[in-house]
Write a protein that binds this ligand. Structure first.
Ligand SMILES: *[C@@H]1O[C@H](CO)[C@@H](O)[C@H](O)[C@H]1NC(C)=O
Length: 510
């Protein structure tokens, strides 16, 4: 009501009899809806400022951005969120509950409620100022004309014109450097016409990586459903010890993203069942032999005596995820029909450094502890024999080599020449695999009325060849890959039967 009434003065310009007040109120509401609602039909009905619950907030001072945080200043804020079934409590109570639990979750993770500050007297060092009371925004939105089926359409592209509005619009595609003047996180709960709910989080990528992002999601969910969070974040800055390297932005003018945000893109979520992933792994680990058609792939994996065979080779085997990535690398390269046979293709995979460093960094380490492992091959090398094993072997080799030494060398190289993270696909031959099928997106994210139904992302950090791995909802080893490609490449990929035979059909949607 408060909002409707606030629109009245404008409409009051024309005199009206008291008896017409009700129709006029409705007209005002309709006019407001038309003015505020974007074409998606997702309209924000309230916006609240939320601060960490003072009673439980620990004092966390300034957190210096590390050599892994600073390069992310040129990346968009992360936008990821979850669909949930219809809650069994009335909407106003739900919104209140989410807001109060958010305040307590922020108390456990104060940096997300802080701001970025470039220290004036300290050679341009950037810190997260945790306790400046800045806080975050919490938006309640409604989409009475939309239901889950509009978002999760079997066998179709992701309706990005709709999904983008599931995240706070004023933070859409915000560059992380903006955290100097914008909140470091923003939250939106959207209630659909069928009662289903989407909880979307936008979080500064110089402050969190995927591991920390989902850790926070889990923390909020645990507090909301009345559990205590299992593990609190670790705010020590021990990632590479003390580094004095800085990225300078003269005059406080922040960077732009390193790719064209307006290039046309299609986006799909491909679902790979546990069976399909097992088949690919069996092929990737098969000893040299001839037949490589699908029939053989299928029979190999289903034949029980092949499993012990693969496992019998012990720690040397190529992982399921690397096998799946190899399949994607081959298929996308086939689909990029304009590439020269001599062109070098690049598969960049985000790697979590926490467990790879020696000594290992805590899994609860808060911040970025990621680098990018690069594997290259020419189009001809990849496609000449279309051999999954060769591509999988290449990926296995670069990932296996990405240990403590490689991480420290990459960090030292960055400190010698600090730069923004070069996200993008300048030569049209790059695949960038982000996120992880191991992140706890379904696991640990029950807010109290049921497990999440699906994960979706916003428009952040998307370009031709950008992919994100999500665990399958069943938790059985199935994997969902969100794939962004140029319209031509996506069309060719969808026609590629060798690839599509491993993708689950529409009936496997949920
Ligand atoms: C995977 O890489 C490791 C480390 O280089 C190696 O020992 C192993 O043999 C590789 N496995 C396969 C199947 O290529």
């Amino acid at each position: 009501m408060a909002q409707m009434i606030s629109t009245m003065p404008m409409l009051d310009a024309a005199p009206a009899a008291a008896s017409t007040i009700m129709p006029r109120l409705q007209a005002a509401a309709a006019a407001a809806a038309c003015l505020d609602a974007p074409p998606s039909g997702i309209a924000v009905v309230s916006r609240q400022h939320v601060r960490p619950d003072a009673a439980s907030a620990p004092a966390v001072g300034d957190l210096a951005l590390s050599v892994s945080d600073l390069p992310m200043l040129s990346c968009h804020y992360i936008q990821k969120g979850l669909f949930f079934p219809a809650p069994d409590l009335p909407m106003p109570s739900l919104v209140l509950l989410l807001r109060s639990s958010l305040s307590r979750a922020l108390a456990a993770v104060p940096p997300l409620a802080g701001r970025l500050v470039t220290l004036p007297d300290d050679d341009g060092r950037v810190v997260v100022r945790c306790n400046d009371g800045a806080g975050v925004d919490f938006l309640h939105a409604v989409a009475p004309g939309l239901s889950l089926d509009d978002f999760l359409v079997p066998g179709a592209d992701v309706p990005t014109k709709l999904t983008k509005d599931l995240f706070p619009m004023d933070m859409d595609r915000t560059v992380s450097y903006e955290g100097h003047r914008r909140p470091l996180a923003s939250f939106q709960v959207t209630v659909l016409g069928d009662g289903a709910v989407f909880i979307g989080i936008v979080a500064n990528h110089a402050v969190v990586d995927g591991t920390s992002f989902w850790h926070f999601f889990n923390t909020w969910a645990a507090i909301c459903r009345g559990d205590s969070p299992t593990r609190l974040p670790d705010f020590s800055r021990n990632f590479f010890g003390e580094s004095t390297a800085v990225l300078r932005f003269p005059g406080g003018v922040g960077p732009s993203v390193t790719f064209d945000v307006d290039a046309p893109l299609r986006e799909r979520v491909f679902r790979f069942s546990a069976d399909a992933v097992r088949q690919l792994k069996a092929v990737a680990n098969r000893r040299p032999s001839r037949g490589q058609d699908a029939e053989v792939y299928g029979k190999m994996a289903q034949d029980p005596k092949n499993d012990p065979l693969v496992r019998g080779r012990g720690g040397e085997e190529i992982s399921s995820f690397q096998s799946l990535c190899a399949q994607i690398w081959l298929a996308v390269t086939r689909a990029r029909k304009r590439l020269d046979p001599d062109a070098t293709t690049t598969f960049r995979m985000a790697v979590n450094c926490r467990h790879r460093l020696r000594p290992a960094v805590s899994p609860a380490y808060f911040g970025n502890a990621i680098q990018s492992a690069v594997t290259t091959a020419t189009v001809t090398e990849l496609l000449a024999c279309s051999d999954l094993r060769w591509a999988a072997g290449k990926l296995n080799a670069s990932l296996a080599a990405y240990g403590d030494g490689a991480i420290r060398r990459a960090a030292a190289a960055w400190q010698a020449a600090p730069r923004c993270f070069p996200l993008g696909n300048p030569d049209g031959a790059v695949i960038t695999m982000g996120s992880s099928n191991r992140f706890p997106m379904y696991e640990g994210n029950d807010f109290g009325w049921g497990r999440p139904l699906a994960v979706r992302s916003g428009r952040a950090n998307k370009f031709d060849g950008k992919m994100s791995a999500f665990p399958g909802r069943a938790g059985d080893g199935s994997v969902d890959i969100e794939v962004c490609l140029t319209p031509d490449t996506m069309a060719a990929l969808l026609r590629d039967t060798e690839f599509m035979q491993f993708v689950s059909g529409p009936s496997h949607l949920l």
